[in-house]
Design a protein around this ligand. Sequence first.
Ligand code: C2E
Ligand code: MG
Ligand code: MG
Ligand code: MG
Length: 290
Amino acid sequence: LAKLAGKNRAHLFDPINDETTRAQFMRIDEIHQGLLKNEFVLHYQPKVNLSSGAVVGFEALIRWQHPSRGLLLPGLFIPALSQHPMAVNLGNWVIDTALAQLAQWNALGIRTTVSVNIDSLQLHDPDFADRLQRQLNAQPSVQPWQLELEILETGALENMAHVSALVNHLQRMGFECALDDFGTGYSSLTFLKQLEARTIKIDQSFVRGMLDDAQHAAIVNSVLDLARNFTRRALAEGVETEAHGQALIELGCEFGQGYAIAHAMPADTVALWMSQWQVPASWAAHRPAV
Ligand code: C2E
Ligand code: MG
Ligand code: MG
Ligand code: MG
């Protein structure tokens, strides 16, 4: 019955579902061509200390400058790559590009860090860590701690033993690791104990809902407690409004990322944004008493 309903719904005009349907037709060879023709680009979204406003780094978010369809968001082509080896190629391009960008920023005196999103297939590539070291070596000015690898909580759950060993290895190599979209994957406390990623990114669905939904607020609060008890850094995703930032600071959340701070932007506008960014007065005023 659900299948039938879904089938019927697909006949209605609905821009979102239409895009989703088209994404399923995004062919692997088209993505491969886009890669060869250098049509992918990384945009950078700042991550800040919510009460001081200090910029702690940028998350690299992939976009596809498609010749006929315009700038495409990852939701339109990353799902098509699911479980396909091309995800590793695209992931390598992302890492190379982020490292090259860091080298350029280092040369300009912009000392910062970049996080990249890692596909679960990359995690299972046996050459991942060694290749990452070679990729880093190709940019002598870049320090490993300037690169953070964001691993989806759900991806880590697929193969706990492997992913926790890899994360430990990567962090011993000097890279930073973060658990992305935390709270969406039903992970246990044992999981968090074993997976020693330094940072936990609270999923934006809970952050967005926390102002009008007590249960979402409770989830955010619990994840913050969890982070404190396991001595991890917590970063809230989806800080959409000034009010979200205030509420997060009151709960003791140190770091945030979201539209209230900035949208993801092209690399060449980052320096200008940094020179103009000012933390909202209400956040600075909300600094928790210690
Ligand atoms: P993510 O890693 O959780 O990234 C956060 C997403 O939330 C980004 O969407 C970002 O633009 C969006 N966002 C940031 N602040 C706000 C906010 O205040 N409100 C709302 N509503 N959204 C906000 P984007 O760029 O469309 O990326 C979506 C997802 O695609 C990412 O989620 C990540 O899982 C994946 N992705 C992005 N780039 C890459 C990549 O290079 N490789 C892989 N494998 N996945 C990527
Ligand atoms: Mg991410
Ligand atoms: Mg996320
Ligand atoms: Mg996400």
